[in-house]
Write a protein that binds this ligand. Structure first.
Ligand code: HSE
Length: 344
């Protein structure tokens, strides 16, 4: 059995979802994989910062934070360390970076990932900022410092869209990628097609924990665009910027548009796409009318889907969760177990 000490940077929905997984499935995971995980530090801008080298009981962490909204009543050898101190000073082997996403600067998350790598700690992030804006540099640094850098949760939450492509489709020659990459907008379009209003379904998506803190990132397509950039960097070795993407969100879709699509046996989907053509990469995020007979038309609610078109295997489609607390928490576990497999 190998034990990994974790420092959590950010303890919002995703962090709590991950800790819930450790609380409810930790023993089974250890029995099945030989890996166990102990949280030794948490640093959250709102809930406080605690460090205890021997680690915390996941159930107690969740009880305290859900009751008080703060971590301060828990025992700690050190308190109030900022994120960088937590990364540098704690005895964590792996930093789990789950701070808020800023797709304009990638900060402060890029700094946190960078600090983890330079302190020779593996790092896993669910934050699209570092993955979309600095994936290639950070991955190269991680290689130089001999640590792992996991970003599975940045695209389709815990559904292994990146793992499938980077590991199992290696060599298949991915030439085109198309996907429903944003849970909030897919949920909204699904409910709007059933007659609900834009404002009501946006609120629902927020209360279900799918939407970003600032949901304009979802409805204007920036979140899906960030994922297209990550896919381009990881799977097509292409450094695309957000501004290179032909981008349109769902804000202009009206009930009349939805009705018209239905009359033609079609559904609106926000499709993120990447295509290699004549040595160039074309990237877009656009609301698209998809015929009901198309596989993506059946992907409803917050569910996401991705189709990899390959030279050797034709189309391979993966459908699964794209957002959510436990679903993204599972992505963290997936990356941690990926690290464990490579270290065995
Ligand atoms: N706001 C995002 C979504 C969360 O709705 O898909 C997952 O990246």
């Amino acid at each position: 059995m190998k034990m990994y000490r974790l420092a959590l940077i950010g303890f919002g929905n995703v962090g709590q979802g991950f800790v819930q997984i450790l609380r409810d499935y930790g023993e089974t995971i250890t029995t099945e994989t030989g890996a166990s995980f102990r949280i030794v530090a948490i640093c959250d801008a709102l809930k406080g910062s605690i460090y205890q080298p021997e680690g915390y009981d996941p159930a107690e962490l969740l009880d305290v934070v859900q009751k008080n909204g703060k971590l301060e009543s828990l025992p700690a050898k050190a308190r109030n360390m900022d994120a960088i101190q937590t990364i540098v000073v704690s005895n964590a082997d792996v930093v789990v970076e789950m701070s808020f996403t800023d797709l304009k600067t990638g900060q402060p998350a890029i700094q946190y990932v960078d600090a983890a790598i330079k302190n020779k700690k593996h790092v896993v992030t669910t934050n699209k900022g570092p993955a979309a804006l600095a994936y290639q540099e950070l991955a190269e640094q991680a290689r130089l410092y001999g640590v792992k850098f996991g970003v599975e949760g940045t695209v389709m939450s815990g559904t292994p869209a990146l793992g499938l492509a980077t590991q199992l489709l290696q060599g298949a020659g991915i030439n085109k990628i198309q996907g429903i990459l944003n849970g909030t907008t897919n949920y909204m379009l699904t409910k709007m097609a059933e007659g609900a209003s834009y404002e009501d379904v946006l609120q629902e998506a927020q209360s279900l924990g799918y939407a970003e803190a600032d949901p304009s990132g979802d409805v204007e397509g920036h979140d899906a665009a960030g994922k297209v950039v990550i896919l381009a960097a990881m799977l097509m070795d292409a450094e695309i910027k957000l501004s290179d993407i032909d981008l349109e969100g769902i804000t202009k879709i009206t009930p009349a548009d939805i009705e018209l699509a239905a009359q033609h046996n079609e559904k609106w989907k926000l499709i993120g796409a990447l295509e290699k053509k004549d040595g160039q990469i074309f990237a877009s995020v656009k609301p698209t009318r998809v015929p009901l007979s198309h596989p993506l038309a059946g992907v409803d609610g917050a569910t996401n889907a991705i189709t990899y078109s390959t030279d050797l295997l034709g189309d391979v489609t993966l459908i699964g969760a794209g957002a959510g607390r436990m679903e993204t928490g599972f992505a963290v576990l997936g990356d941690l177990l990926g690290i464990h497999r490579t270290l065995q």
